[in-house]
Design a protein around this ligand. Sequence first.
Ligand SMILES: [Cu+2]
Length: 121
Amino acid sequence: MQIDANRRRMLGAAAVLGFGDVSRVVAADERVIPVVARKFIFVPNEIYLRQGESVVLELTAPEVTMGFNVPGLAARADIVPGVVTRVRLTPLKPGRFQFNCDVFCGSGHEDMDGVIVVEAA
Ligand SMILES: [Cu+2]
């Protein structure tokens, strides 16, 4: 099917580059990790992935609009209340990648951060 072919190409590109993309679709074999952004913490704020594993973060923000930014994995998204924002990550290198909220959400915003730990396959 044409859609499947396009989707495979997109996933292939993501796998080569190791970037994150904002997606509406979750494949059956992908691990889904819910992440809640609240004033002023991400829950969880430590996320463990395996090198080469494709996962989808399901981001929600119950209070106000938040940002989710992982510069080391080239992934970022706005998280708007009432909307589930999905970000696919396929990290190709092990390491520790800091993430933070990059949308000002009040005093305490500066402390909103966390880490994605990618374990070697
Ligand atoms: Cu913030």
